[in-house]
Design a protein around this ligand. Structure first.
Ligand code: IPE
Ligand code: IPE
Ligand code: MG
Length: 261
């Protein structure tokens, strides 16, 4: 993916001290980074604020992360914004999140145009409130021809629901005679997931220190490297992204094989 080296240097010019751009090899970046954006509520509560303020602050962190990913030249960034289990939250919080998704997307569309970012969604959008659904469709339409980074937003996403859906689609096609059982292989499943066509993430970041997947990309993360930071999502910035990439580049990825035989 295209990267403007001078712009990237400038973007990373004021180092916080423990890391600089030179600590990562920009020619071997993960092509797809995925993030479980967690800790908005705790970030707010620690400041004596309502949880909703944490979600609003989380939007700023996400905007910076999209820009960071574009500057670095990643092929894809995906983020977990709302799970199939998050409907269990108080109605007021659910309503606020749905409203925030819609208003933020409208506000940020110019950024996607400017940065040539192509938007896609992971999850069952039909269950979303109409306003949010309509704005998402508009975002998809308006960025469909963009050729830069893919930004995938997981909303009403659950990995088990995604795999169940894929199994149903396959069963329907088999029973209609459109697909033979012999053709039901890993690629047949992968192509019926919401992530169809996206490479599997190479790096998964989870903020707020939780050591679990919370029903996120169970299939796609089979060989992904994990980076868990104690930082709450609203504090995540371009430097923490760099720390995650530095950790990733220090890993020895074996994919079940043996290295240095
Ligand atoms: C992540 O932050 C955002 C969403 C799940 C929508 P949380 O809202 O889960 O924040 P914590 O984990 O309660 O601190
Ligand atoms: C995971 O965070 C979902 C998103 C970040 C959207 P949660 O806060 O919902 O996860 P749990 O409940 O701590 O596992
Ligand atoms: Mg949480």
């Amino acid at each position: 993916m295209y990267r403007d080296e001078a712009l990237l240097r400038e973007y990373y010019s004021s180092s916080p001290g423990d890391i600089t751009l030179d600590d990562v090899d920009v020619n071997h970046l993960p092509s797809h980074v995925s993030i479980i954006m967690d800790g908005n509520g705790r970030w707010a509560q620690a400041r004596g604020l309502d949880r909703s303020k944490g979600h609003v602050a989380g939007v700023d962190a996400l905007r910076e992360t999209v820009t960071t990913s574009v500057r670095l030249g990643l092929d894809a960034l995906s983020v977990y914004a709302f799970s199939t289990e998050n409907w269990r939250r108080p109605q007021r919080e659910v309503d606020l999140l749905m409203h925030l998704f819609a208003t933020t997307l409208v506000k940020e569309l110019p950024l996607f145009h400017q940065e040539n970012v192509r938007l896609r969604f992971l999850g069952d959008l039909e269950a979303l409130p109409k306003k949010t659904y309509d704005v998402f469709c508009q975002g998809l339409d308006e960025t469909a021809d963009h050729t830069g980074m893919t930004f995938a937003l997981a909303v009403n996403y659950g990995s088990r629901a995604e795999m169940t859906r894929a199994a149903r689609l396959i069963a329907q096609e088999v029973s209609a005679g459109a697909l033979s059982i012999d053709d039901v292989d890993e690629s047949a499943i992968a192509s019926r997931l919401y992530t169809a066509g996206l490479p599997d993430p190479e790096l998964l970041i989870r903020t707020s220190g939780e050591l679990r997947l919370s029903n996120y990309l169970l299939w796609q993360l089979a060989y992904t490297e994990f980076y868990v930071t104690d930082m709450m999502w609203p504090d995540f910035d371009r430097w923490e992204m760099l720390r995650a990439i530095r950790a990733f580049q220090g890993r020895n990825r074996r994919f079940g094989g043996v290295v240095n035989q």
